[in-house]
Design a protein around this ligand. Structure first.
Ligand code: TRP
Length: 471
């Protein structure tokens, strides 16, 4: 494998790359999804399993994705293809995952965008009505779709400007703002009377509720939250210059992402228990608990609420642009389309999938594919199968098919920086991760309720592999 030459867009600065990668990782996954997955899967035990997966499997996979991306200077599909045509399908699976995640992500992004405005137009007036307002808002056929479309348009606008101009600039300003805000909200939550029960819920593991599907949920959440298993970090790595220390950057991104997830748990659960709400209430969690928290603050409430939903929207944006970028990079690298055209095509398809997902909360709630609505179809397929299998494929690929010396060369910048844990990392990627993911996937898929959906998902991957040479 030769190092590739030629002109490629590059990040403008080290800080910019770090913010873009952390921006990709920190998103709805941390603030919207993590708390409700924790609530549904019993609290502390889920968090503990999640943290182990994130710090061992996630971190190692991220190092591997950065390495392959920078080595080839190509996004997911091209990077795999450059090594072997047999592996192209693993990259294509990644592009498909990006489309599927973007099938529901902009819907939630749109909710968040809408809540910036709803915060000052009466949402907080009556704490008891907040849950009902959320329910009727997301199930309507017009309003949430408009917000979703606006949200998607902002993505298109940023990605059309390219990596250094758009993605990097937006992330560098918005990420630090988010972090500061979140610390503030967490402090407010833990100082509420009755907050202790919430802290206990997240920090005192109760293993009696843990099953095979808890492990799969935690693994899926780790991949989702760290933007792994579909070539996203590979694509970002491909824009990275040769001086950056890859393992250090991966460590920083993983630690930032995990701390924001924990912080959001600390912000949400104490408030939830203080208000006597249900931890297992699902996707509405953030949109109900947080406004309730602010509703109690009197005149300052709306202000805090506006700031919170701006932060959530920003976090979501820096993530969804990375998903859109995976598709766009594929169209540019492999289909030779110009950036602007790629963005328009991808965005156009995503408006349609977003509409289907949004409508599945209301008008289309009766329509089910493989036993679930559109929103859940996109969500469950990616989170419970595609990302984990994508990570498994990457680990096997890197551990067994890429030259070890090449990896060492890439991860040490041709010997100019040291990576003391190289052998440990290599062993984890080559042996531990494939076995661990296989076990968790089999256990989880067997324990899960949506059997026909799982069969469909696995079938799709097998089909892609079978036609790999034609891709
Ligand atoms: N990590 C993001 C979040 O937590 C979502 C995301 C962005 C993602 N890029 C990804 C998830 C790639 C999986 C793969 O919200």
């Amino acid at each position: 494998m030769e190092k590739s030459q030629g002109k490629r867009e590059n990040w403008g600065s080290r800080f910019g790359f770090l913010m873009a990668a952390a921006g990709s990782a920190v998103g709805l996954g941390n603030i919207w999804r993590f708390p409700y997955m924790t609530g549904k899967n019993g609290g502390g035990a889920f968090i503990l399993i999640y943290a182990v997966f994130a710090l061992v499997i996630g971190l190692s996979i991220m190092v591997a994705e950065f390495a392959i991306g920078r080595r080839t200077s190509l996004a997911a599909v091209g990077a795999y293809k450059k090594y072997s045509k047999n592996w192209t399908f693993a990259g294509v699976l990644g592009v498909l995952s990006a489309f599927f995640i973007m099938g529901f992500y902009p819907v939630v992004g749109g909710w968040s965008l809408a809540y910036i405005f709803k915060s000052v137009t009466g949402l907080l007036a009556d704490q008891g009505a907040i849950e009902g307002i959320f329910g009727s808002f997301i199930s309507a056929s017009g309003e949430p779709i408009i917000w979703m479309a606006i949200y998607l348009f902002i993505n298109v606008f940023i990605v059309a400007k390219g990596v250094a101009g758009g993605i990097e600039k937006a992330s560098s300003i918005l990420m630090p703002t988010l972090f500061v805000l979140f610390i503030f909200i967490a402090i407010r939550s833990v100082t509420l009377p009755g907050a202790g029960a919430g802290l206990e819920f997240i920090f005192k593991p109760d293993f009696s509720e843990v099953t095979g599907s808890t492990f799969l949920a935690a693994l899926g959440q780790a991949f989702f939250s760290l933007s792994l298993g579909m070539g996203c970090m590979m694509t970002y790595g491909s824009y990275l210059n040769k001086e950056e220390n890859l393992p250090n950057n991966a460590l920083l991104v993983t630690l930032m992402d995990t701390s924001v997830a924990l912080l959001s748990g600390i912000a949400i659960f104490p408030a939830l228990f203080a208000f006597g709400m249900e931890p297992a209430q699902g996707p509405g969690l953030v949109f109900v608990v947080v406004p309730s928290l602010f509703a109690q603050m009197g005149t300052l409430g709306p202000l805090f609420s506006v700031v919170f939903f701006i932060a959530l929207t920003v976090a979501a944006l820096t993530s969804s642009v990375s998903l859109l970028e995976v598709v766009v990079a594929y169209l540019m690298d492999e289909r030779q389309m110009p950036r602007k055209k790629s963005v328009s095509i991808a965005g156009g398809i995503m408006v349609i999938t977003g509409m289907l997902s949004s409508l599945s909360m209301g008008a289309l709630s009766g329509v089910s594919i493989f036993g679930v609505g559109f929103f859940d179809f996109f969500d469950i397929l990616t989170d419970k199968i595609f990302l984990a299998i994508g990570g498994l494929l990457l680990a096997v690929f890197v551990g067994w098919f890429v030259n070890k010396e090449d990896l060492k060369d890439e991860l040490t910048n041709s010997g100019t920086v040291s990576f003391g844990l190289f052998e440990v990392w290599y062993g984890v990627v080559k042996y531990v991760i494939p076995v661990a993911i296989a076990i968790v996937a089999v256990m989880g898929i067997m324990a899960i309720e949506q059997t026909s959906l799982m069969i469909f998902g696995v079938g799709l991957i097998v089909l892609l592999a079978a036609i790999s040479k034609k891709l």
